[in-house]
Design a protein around this ligand. Structure first.
Ligand code: XMP
Length: 514
């Protein structure tokens, strides 16, 4: 919380859309932060929010034990917007009434709008809005005006402009409410009086200044994987600390083709990071010898990584901090998922590193969403080959060489994967896909090449669309492209004589095969 007086506080009552509210406000270049509904109001007020938003939530406001904020929040005089459950709370806690309805309303609805509304200013007489609720406000608190209604609910929007309290039953944060952003604009710019000044360049400048002032001495270590989060964290910290930052890049022998060369070229040669490249590939492969169980592979890789990282860190003197690329969604979790008691969790530990090493954590991206991290990366001049990369699992190719891992098999996979990715890039499919890769199966099949019978490995190719990796759809790559990839892999790589395409979505499948 550092944007004194120039930000919006969001209290989370467990809606699946709470993070979306925060993102929408930030899209309007205003900083916003989420708190569990029972977070101390005094603590929030210390940082002078210009507005407060009460989120939706799955409970009934009148039910026993339903989440309620501190009463004092209604006396602050700070403009307040209640969305769905948040509106019902305003009603219930300031003298109105809410009740259940026997019909849940879910989906589009037409809102009839009172043109005098300050919150809904500039909208048409009738607008599409997205509803998702069971309860509704049946009686407004004193001195509130009704500003909208639908066929289903009498009070779809209400406000008391003098007290700066506004409630809407629908969800402006979802795309299904087409004028939702206009409602947020009215609230944050007109009603709260904010200026749009949360930009990624202001974030970079502020962060660098704060980091410099806060951590004046001591060295910082960071595990650089070449993925988006650790890369952006490293380059940002490099701006603040220069060579006091030691970025440690460990080659575990399970990287993609040329990955180590690319990472060193970009970060050491072009960007000028103080990069330590440590090649432990033989050690990792030795430890993985004969191991076929996926979870055992992960465990061995995790433990070996920590040991190698510590070994490298010990060579550096005066290390005080461990930096990590933790993002905002890891820091907050909606109360709908976690119990309200431990909603804001501080994200410690990559496998126990700071505990063991007794280091203080620096997490420069902990306020940012993933798209903001990419924007910061662009601002910092990190090339697209890094920022636009598909996600890559920590255990790397170990979970893509199914069964026993040997250097030979990892090399086979690297070659096949490089062909697939190259073809996706050349055909402009790479950026349309969330994640794509090749898997080497522990299966041999018969083939024929020229006059010769072959008995070689089978490779599976996988490409999925996804938003966050939690669910995924397989991608309908054109047959011609699939044919080209298959033909190149089989013809150019000795050791693979058959290619199959994975057409399983998640669920029921997972993205990786192990
Ligand atoms: P699954 O296979 O679980 O993958 O559907 C979802 C996303 O997570 C990645 N993944 C991992 N990432 N360590 C990681 O850092 C792992 O052990 C791991 N396993 C899967 C996967 O690549 C996909 O993006």
């Amino acid at each position: 919380m550092k944007k004194k007086a120039n930000w919006i506080a969001i209290l989370d009552f467990g809606s699946q859309y709470t993070q979306l509210i925060a993102r929408r406000i930030r899209e309007l270049s205003v900083y916003s932060e989420i708190f569990p509904y029972n977070y101390s109001i005094e603590k929030i007020l210390k940082h002078e929010p210009a507005g407060i938003i009460l989120s939706g939530g799955p409970d009934s406001v009148y039910a026993d034990g339903a989440p309620r904020p501190d009463n004092a929040i209604f006396d602050t005089g700070i403009p307040m917007l209640g969305i769905c459950y948040g509106m019902q709370l305003i009603a219930e806690m300031t003298g109105g009434k809410t009740s259940g309805s026997n019909r849940r309303e879910y989906g589009y609805s037409k809102l009839e709008i009172d043109s005098k509304s300050k919150l809904l200013k500039g909208l048409g007489k009738k607008e599409d809005v997205w509803m998702s609720h069971g309860d509704k406000v049946t009686e407004m608190p004193p001195d509130f005006a009704k500003t909208g209604y639908t066929d289903n609910i009498e009070i779809g929007a209400m406000e008391n402009h003098e007290k700066k309290m506004y409630g809407i039953q629908f969800h402006p944060e979802v795309h299904h409410t087409p004028r939702g952003m206009d409602i947020f604009k009215n609230f944050i710019f007109d009603i709260c009086g904010l200026k749009p000044n949360w930009t990624m360049s202001s974030f970079v400048a502020d962060s660098v200044n704060q980091l410099k002032t806060k951590h004046k001495t001591g060295n910082i270590i960071l595990g650089l994987s070449g993925g988006v989060d650790s890369s952006v964290a490293a380059v940002l910290l490099n701006k603040a600390f220069g060579d006091r930052l030691y970025s440690i890049f460990i080659n575990n022998g399970l990287l993609r083709k040329n990955e180590e060369t690319e990472v060193v070229e970009v970060f050491k040669d072009k960007i000028g990071l103080n990069l330590i490249y440590a090649d432990y590939s033989d050690l990792f492969l030795k430890k993985l010898e004969g191991v076929t169980d996926p979870e055992k592979k992960r465990k061995i890789i995790g433990e070996t990584f920590i040991r190698c990282f510590e070994k490298e860190a010990k060579k550096i003197g005066d290390v005080k901090y461990l930096a990590q690329g933790t993002l905002y969604p890891d820091v907050i979790e909606s109360v709908s998922v976690k119990g309200p008691a431990d909603v804001i969790k501080s994200h410690h530990n990559v496998g126990g590193l700071p505990d063991k090493m007794d280091l203080e954590l620096i997490e420069p991206l902990r306020e940012l969403f993933k798209d903001e991290v990419r924007a910061v990366g662009r601002e910092l001049g990190i090339p697209d080959i890094i920022l636009g990369r598909h996600p890559f699992p920590g255990p790397g190719l170990a979970v893509r060489v199914l069964g026993d891992i040997t250097k030979e098999r990892a090399d086979l996979l690297r070659e096949a994967d490089a062909i697939f990715i190259q073809e996706l890039k050349d055909s402009d499919w790479y950026n349309k896909i969330w994640q794509a890769f090749v898997v080497l199966l522990p299966v041999q099949s018969v083939g024929v090449m020229g006059d010769e019978r072959t008995y070689e490995n089978v490779a599976a190719i996988r490409a999925v669309h996804s938003v966050d990796g939690m669910t995924a759809d397989w991608v309908k790559i054109p047959y011609d492209l699939l044919a080209k990839v298959s033909s190149r892999i089989v013809n150019e790589i000795k050791g693979i004589n058959r290619v199959v395409y994975d057409i399983t979505s998640k669920p029921p499948g997972t993205i990786e095969w192990e």
